[in-house]
Design a protein around this ligand. Sequence first.
Ligand code: CTP
Length: 410
Amino acid sequence: MKVALGVTGCIGAYKAVEVLRGLQKTGVSVEVVMTRNAANFVAPRTFQAISGNPVVSEMFAPTDDPQIKHISLAQEIELLVIAPATANILAKMAHGIADDFLSTLYISTTAPVLVAPAMNAEMWRHPATQVNVRILRERGVEFVDPEDGYLACQTVGPGRLAESAKVVERAVGIIGERISPASSRRNAGTRDLLGERVLITAGPTYEAIDPVRGITNRSSGRMGYAVADAALDRGAEVTLVTGPVRLDPPARANTVRVRSAAEMLEAVRAGMTNTTVFVMAAAVADYRPVQSNNQKIKKNAGNLVLELERTEDILAEVCRTKGDRIVVGFAAETENVIVNARAKLVAKGCDLIVANDVSADDAGFDVPTNIVTLVSVDETTELPLMSKREAADRILNEIVKLQKASSAVA
Ligand code: CTP
């Protein structure tokens, strides 16, 4: 399966290398198309070496290939991603100007198009750009909007290229919908969680050692946030208890921000009364320093020994009084994934464990994809590589199934 990655000329062009790597990790072949200006920022050779494919930039480059390149590539690709996209390429796309390879590829392809703009804040806000964005959106082009932040032009505002993982995540979602429309459509518009109150925990916890140091882990929060998004789309009322992450919580969720395992436990206890489904996706620290110092610890000549104590097991506590709630835990494993997950299911007393092998490249921490196995009392279902959003929907499908089974017994 092939994706074309268009790179246009702005300072964010170097981040396209991360987008390329992220796309490749999902198993797709990527052909990079650069505009002439993009080559002023990153050498085409960089993309060529990483993608393993020649980089296309000239419309009429001499070639032995008898095919018309922009047409053959337009027909081969499942998706055209343009990241970063300048104000100039957006204007050309909106008005059908085809004066170089990338703009010609855009009007030659019927594949979906995903655009991640990056530019100075005033250029982004300019009515001309905003009109072009609207035209493209109306035409079905998808956007990963630029983020607010400190820009290369030393101003602050909207215009910074979105995080590369976000671009890859959306790209994976679009490809998934294209290759298995049935499975993606299965949940589209489904409101099977209407009336459910779902409490989801996400992200890592941070256990302070002193005011400037602490113990945490690599959890990005993506999986828990994807479950929150999917549950909201399916009609649930969602409370998201989140540890410190770099993601924006879904606006429709009731978000409670916490830092430590103790704070997370408190927030879960407070939210539990009304909850009908509990999903414990957070990567809670198992240990915290016995003593958290109010002042920064000064170094001295000797070693420093930190004494750690166990944190509360939030999932196990919820399970002790779970009643007829559906309770889901996660198991991040590096070996004997299914055996360990089943042991956790029994030890903690939950209804479902979502297990993943965090040592795999495409699964686990800080990647947009996951490979999970759903372990319930009666079944073990190994799922293939998919976007975290799709994995979230499969988890919710299983929850709905478990709810039906338990109400049939009752
Ligand atoms: N969990 C929790 N409270 C903790 C530790 C873990 O609620 N203090 C939850 C996690 O959110 C996850 C499940 O328990 O849903 C399993 O977490 P994991 O870290 O994989 O397992 P542990 O029980 O901590 O066991 P181990 O670290 O030994 O594998």
